[in-house]
Ligand binder design. Structure first.
Ligand code: S3P
Length: 455
């Protein structure tokens, strides 16, 4: 299946079985990035096996870490805070997290054998090259780095010249964990204290994982779901063993497919249940899906459990409160899977950040639903989806966006004719093996334009 770019998915039997989702992508990026800065050998077990995290590992190697792939992840000997200046561009591929986190690192940390400053050029693929980097350039410049991108939105390629940084107090304008993490990483190399405030409940893996690497982080919650996070410059990181739990954002597509098909029942083992990520499970419950959590526990500072989702006879529409969106940012494509199967009209608002993900997800989702004959209204900051019979056959433009491909494949699990995806190669950025897993759980996966049935 790996060789084909396009693929079709149609109804097989109701989905049934247990699966282990790939390791959490956000936590893997952070473990690799902190391991790069740490003294000693960091082991990242259960790492996300996708191309995005492999980019972070390769960039870490270019910046001086000794990196090795191990059976379940990565092992890296860090730089103890003194990088090697990268001689070639750092290719971040499709990964916004790689670019934004590493920009914070190279803006502030010194490199051996260079005078005070050196310049790093960060590049990406066609999707990443359209994404705004102004949001990280602005605070990094205020701290004393030089950052140069393309045009008004400061899109990649991005050149970052290291400066002797000063700590700042920065109010992140949007609930973005990537921006907050970029500033906090730069803050570790800055003089004095760096404080960020977030206007909403963006994921907090950075604050949970930095202490595992021996860095003190102060945090307090703000009214309205946001928070304040503070670090002190000059911190030294100590290597750590990190056990990465399964990625809820990956499992979400299989949960959505199961919830949308009566009689389905799937279990994801060892899934991260960080409360800044779990709003999609709350939405499933509100819509009538059966969601249960077993073996709840803590690992590497993160809550983990086994999650089972069962498809009810009929899902019911639900309007997602805008304040839930930061806690289900990457699950909006999975929400479309259940909204398109529910009785009634479901609404989502407060999601304009979706326009600057790997694709403009609001418009890509609306267009794809149109192809399948599902009524969908696109709003500036959201979508209105009216559930109904999805007709297969149409071809979905996935626009270099892994989550768009996974969402429409999940909708295909309930169509008689296959839903055709024009290009599924980007699914490997976060979830290699997704289509095999879908097929193993019971979906009909058809390879190639007129291909054979996979199951
Ligand atoms: C991520 C944060 C989110 C999310 C992305 C990964 C992270 O983006 O969409 O897939 O690992 O910090 P924001 O920066 O918009 O929060």
């Amino acid at each position: 299946m790996g060789s084909t770019r396009g693929l079709g998915v149609k109804r097989g039997r109701p989905l049934a079985g247990a699966f282990a989702p790939p390791g959490d992508k956000s936590i893997t990026h952070r473990a690799l990035c902190f391991g790069l800065l740490a003294a000693g050998v960091t082991r990242v077990r259960g790492a996300n096996p996708g191309e995005d995290c492999a980019r972070s590992a390769a960039c870490g190697e270019a910046l001086g870490a000794l990196v090795e792939r191990t059976p379940g992840g990565w092992e890296l000997r860090g730089t103890a805070g003194t990088l090697r200046a990268a001689h070639a561009d750092l290719d971040c591929g499709n990964s916004g997290t790689t670019m934004r986190l590493l920009a914070g690192v190279v803006a502030g940390f010194p490199a051996e054998g260079t005078a005070r400053s050196f310049t790093t050029r960060l590049t990406g693929d066609a999707s990443l090259s359209r994404r705004p980097m102004r949001r990280i350039a602005e605070p990094l410049v205020r701290m004393g780095a030089h950052v140069h991108g393309q045009g008004e939105r400061c899109t990649p390629p991005l050149s970052v010249t290291r400066g002797a940084l000063r700590g700042i107090h920065y109010d992140v304008p949007m609930a973005s964990a990537q921006v907050a993490t970029c500033v906090l990483l730069a803050g570790l190399a800055a003089s004095g204290e760096t404080m960020v405030t977030l206007p909403g409940p963006a994921r907090d893996h950075t604050e949970r994982l930095l202490p595992v690497f021996g860095v003190a982080v102060e945090r307090s919650e703000l009214r309205g779901g946001g928070r304040m996070v503070r670090v002190r410059g000059g911190a030294t990181l100590t290597a750590a063993d990190v056990h990465v739990p399964g990625d809820l954002s990956a499992a979400a597509f299989l949960f959505a497919a199961a919830a949308a098909e009566p009689g389905s029942r799937v279990t994801a083992r060892d899934v991260n249940l960080n409360p800044t990520r779990t709003a999609f499970l709350d939405v499933l419950r509100e819509m009538g899906g059966h969601v249960t959590v077993e073996r709840a526990r803590d690992e590497s500072g993160e809550p983990v459990g086994d999650v089972t989702v069962e498809g009810p006879d009929q899902l019911v529409a639900f309007d997602v409160p805008a304040e839930w969106v930061p806690r289900m940012l990457d699950e909006v494509p999975a929400w479309v899977v259940v909204a398109s199967a529910a009785a009634g009209t479901s609404r989502l608002s407060g999601a304009s950040e979706l326009r600057v993900k790997e694709s403009d997800r609001l418009s890509t989702l609306a267009q794809g639903l149109g192809v399948l004959g599902i009524a969908c209204e696109e709003r500036p900051d959201g979508l209105e989806v009216t559930g109904g019979e999805a007709r297969g056959r149409g071809r979905i433009a996935t626009r270099l966006d892994h989550r768009i491909a996974m969402a429409f494949a999940a909708i295909g699990c309930r169509t008689r004719e296959p839903v055709w995806l024009d290009d599924v190669s980007h699914v490997a950025t976060s979830f290699p093996g997704y289509f095999d897993m879908l097929a193993a759980l019971g979906a009909g996966v058809v390879s190639g334009a007129r291909g054979r049935e996979k199951s």
